[in-house]
Structures are given as C-alpha cells and as structure tokens.
Design a protein around this ligand. Sequence first.
Ligand code: F6R
Length: 256
Amino acid sequence: MRIVLSETYRDMSRKAAYIVASQVILNPRSVLGLATGDTPLGLYHMLISMHWTGDLDFSGVQTFNLDEYYGLSPENPQSYHYYMTHNFFQHINITEKQWHIPDGTTQNVEEECRRYDKAIDHAGGIDLQILGLGVDGHIGFNEPDGKFERGTHFVELQQSTIEANARFFNSPEEVPRHALSMGIKSIMKAKQILLLASGEAKAEIICQALRGEVLPELPASVLQLHPNTICILDRAAAARLMEEGDERLPQHGLEP
Ligand code: F6R
C-alpha cells in the first residue's frame, strides 16, 4: 500500500482527482467504483471542474457505487442515488445507462445483489475503486463482523454508523437500518483502490486499519492485502500514523 500525505482536505481531494483523471485519460472506457459520504465530495467537485475545462471526458466510463440504503427511493434526497446525481452525474457527460447503484427499493434483495455482481463482472470488473472510511472501520457498508463478506449483500447497519450518518437526516430515527452493499470480495477484486480519509475523527481508525492485524472486525484492514492500493490522508487523519512513525509514510511528506 502506498500512503500519500496531503496538508488539507482540498489538497487530498486534488491529489485524488489527478489519480482518477489519469485513470480515465489512459483508459477512456474505465470502470470506476464510487463512494458517497462527505469524503469524496471535494474529489467529485474537482473532477467536475476538470470536465468543464474540457480536460476530462466521461462518455466511455462506467461507474458502480458501493452501496445504497434499503427502502429509500432514488428521488429521496437522502438516497445515494440522489447524492450521486446531484453531486456528480448531472454535472458531467455521463448517461443513466453508464452508472449503476444498487436498487434500494427492490422487493427481492438476493436477486438484486446477484444482478449487481453480474453487472460488475459484465463490465469487466472495477479498474479503480474509490473508498471512504467509516469511524468503525467500515468500507462500503461492510460493518465490523466475524467474517469478511463476499459479494453484494444485505447489511444491518451498526449503531455507530447510524449515528455518524444521522447528520444527513432530520433525526437518527430516520436513518435506514439496512443497506445493500458491495462486499469485501467485490472491493478486493478492483484492480486499483484509492482510499481517502480526512479529519481527526479518522486518525485512530486509519492507524489501526493500516498498521494492525487484518481482521473482519476492522473491515478496512483487509486493504493491507490488496496489491495496488493508494491511501491519501490529510494531516489530521494522518496524525496517529505520524506519531507512530509508520515506515510507509513518504519522506517528502508533511513536516511533523
Ligand atoms: C459511502 C460508503 C461509506 C463511507 C464512510 C465514510 O458510499 O460506502 O463507507 O465512505 O461511511 O463516510 P464519510 O466520508 O461521510 O466520513
């Protein structure tokens, strides 16, 4: 795993945008794995700017989102469909046929999960997967568990995730209790992974995930086993790793 340090959230987002942009420039038919949440908002903003200045063409790209809340329709402003449409897709040259998000309104969860996995395989697999990190160590909605989940699956959200995501809802009671999420196997199959973490709330968990044992109780720790992962951290998120003096931290990174 390569760790890249950045001073600020903006700097982290810009570096991430250069990596995504180079992927799309080198392979205009790239398959991107996308995340929602606060972390990638700056990245999407930068990619939109690159598109507007004529530097980035998404017309051949396909995208697969990590997850969707169960029970929320695409029109619901709290759904990940809505988030993606408003924060990214409607600002770039991508059509509805090119982007994919699990259907949170499905009547048949098992079938929808299998359909989603097949669609990813049919597209040729994910070239570059963008990930944020939950405060409990989740990636996608793969919550701490006794085992690593395989493909796309139905998830019961942890209380800590419900509380962390309550900021997007009027009250914690409104946060859906379930979601559909790509599994650890789907994520690990991506050819390259770009993990982003920003802010002091992520400092402890990123340190555990990157330095600790690989355990399903800390889902992000599995990324230590992926052959091609880049992790970009801002100064606040890197604080614990810097204290520990992790040998993978770049010499030319931030001054302590
Ligand atoms: C979102 C997702 C989640 C978030 C994580 C961090 O699609 O899969 O794993 O990446 O909860 O969320 P933020 O970025 O809001 O801190």
